[in-house]
Ligand binder design. Structure first.
Ligand code: G6P
Ligand code: MG
Length: 220
């Protein structure tokens, strides 16, 4: 039914969304800035520098551009400490079987992530070779909710928007897919926050959706 699937990475194929939260939490604490999980929800899918701007909304003072660059670097250093410890066991439960089954069925697979750490994470998970296309934060001018990431993925996959499905855990990612004209499958909290074409309670729910062996449209 779908010829290609474009996966978000953080929060979909692995739980690095939690590591992002922990690293921002540590940075905010060091700076004496209030930060919580609700604020963190707004950071999902958007770039490191845009995330920092949101974190700094609660700061008691203004920061210079040079200070902001250093803060973003410090956050990434904190975050990379978690990434270093990742292994293939950190793949989302069921994801390996999903990727294998889709690959065997001839479905083209891509990653579409705002992260500049995407390739490092995919290598740690041992799944880099599963994807024909990896579009990450290093090649993007605009992060989600801009459609750029998914338009670039479609072009590299040589597929049209209506032949593909995007799998996302972030509102910004769903918005990006919608503006690229691609159908969406939502996993996690995002399904309570915005309309998606398909609701995934687990990543394995993707198989009937992509292979056309079941239907479960979700109206918000
Ligand atoms: C993903 C995450 C965001 C993160 C962004 C940049 O999209 O969902 O929370 O801010 O990547 O990640 P990076 O690894 O480049 O800091
Ligand atoms: Mg995500």
């Amino acid at each position: 039914k779908f010829k290609g699937v474009i996966f978000d990475l953080d929060g979909v194929l692995c739980h690095t969304d939690e590591y992002h939260y922990l690293a921002w939490q540590q940075l905010a604490q060091q700076e004496g800035i209030y930060f919580d999980r609700l604020i963190n929800q707004r950071l999902l899918g958007i770039s490191r520098s845009e995330s920092l701007e949101i974190v700094l909304e609660r700061a008691g003072r203004t920061y210079t551009q040079a200070e902001k660059i250093r803060l973003a670097e410090r956050k990434n250093e904190l975050y990379r400490q978690y990434l270093l410890r990742m292994t293939p066991a950190d793949l989302t439960t069921g994801a390996e079987k999903v990727l294998q089954t889709l690959e065997a069925a001839g479905v083209k697979l891509a990653v579409g992530s705002s992260s500049r750490n995407a390739r490092f994470i995919l290598d740690k998970l041992g799944i880099s070779s599963k994807f024909q296309v990896i579009i990450d934060g290093n090649v993007l001018q605009h992060s989600k909710p801009d459609k750029e990431v998914f338009c670039k993925a479609l072009a590299a996959l040589h597929l049209a928007a209506d032949q593909c499905l995007v799998v996302e855990d972030a509102v910004s990612g769903i918005q990006a897919a919608v503006s690229a004209g691609i159908k969406t499958a939502g996993i996690g909290k995002v399904i309570e926050q915005t309309a998606v074409d398909y609701t995934l309670h687990a990543i394995s729910d993707l198989l009937p959706v992509v292979l056309g062996t079941g239907s479960q449209r979700h109206a918000f």
